[in-house]
Design a protein around this ligand. Sequence first.
Ligand SMILES: *Cc1c(COP(=O)(O)O)cnc(C)c1O
Length: 343
Amino acid sequence: MNINNLLRKNIQTLKPYSSARDEYTGEAMVFLDANENPFNEPYNRYPDPLQNELKEKISELKNIPAKNIFLGNGSDEPIDLLIRAFCEPGVDNIVTINPTYGMYQVAADISGVELRKVSLNNNFDLDVTNILDATNKNTKLIFLCSPNNPTGNSLNKNAILEIVKSFNGIVIIDEAYIDFAPDKSFLSELNRYQNLVILQTFSKAWGMAGIRLGMAFASTEIVDVLNKIKYPYNINILTQQKALELLEQKDKVGNWVKLIIAEREKMAELLKEFPFVVKIYPSDANFLLVKMHDAKGIYDYLVEKGIIVRDRSNVHLCENSLRITIGSPKENNLLITVMENLI
Ligand SMILES: *Cc1c(COP(=O)(O)O)cnc(C)c1O
């Protein structure tokens, strides 16, 4: 597969912005090349545009070469950049599952690119034929999300692989919740497929939604395209520093994940006892999708008690369902106590 042929024409021929830090890399005694202020170290300096130190650390952690890593302002940045690189507005299209993460639709809409939604089956799983049938010669991207938001389940691995193998475009697997899942990441398949992009994030298991740091893992052809069209300094110094700090505390993150998974299982057991709960869907993520008799009523009651969950009742296949994030043991117990007062 030739990634270059899939690109929009204007991106194929684009001459990217060349920053001072692109034109001279390395050490020097005096930097007078970027119109920076000499005072207020270290924030007076522009950040490393390619975040090399941070990528080296992530490379060690994920066992993926740094040249196959792109870092963005949240995963939302690579989602947007992939659309802008590959999809000609008004001509090309994207295929995704339904229901899934809302940003694929929003990013496609902003770019004026058609998004085709293919319903999951009643087990919230993929049908390969339906996905491939929804594609045509103008389909450039397929977005899959596993574990999926808001359903919480992991998609069938073989079905995903079949799509990666048979589709003549780019397949993006959004693994925002992979650290909470028993399944292995698709990262181990990365070097086999030039058209595969895997998204992960510091926003969930790593507890750093506030610093805005997302990762895209892909072939060098795709990573090079994303680097070519991103804002030159898309990851600021504070974010790079904080992420480096946290990467030194992997054990702490591992313990958070274990605790959240244990709490998820505890909450599933407790919630299913309530008479107003119809069903707890199996979850490989840090939230539970819970079907209720009267989701709106429960939602309003919880708001009144100061507890905010997400009402997903308007989402395809999620009628009368609330999405409940797993909080701290104290927060989770409070939710249970407040619900007990309702019966
Ligand atoms: C939360 C979430 C993300 C994270 O987005 P960031 O921009 O990295 O915070 C990505 N994908 C899915 C499916 C999510 O639910």
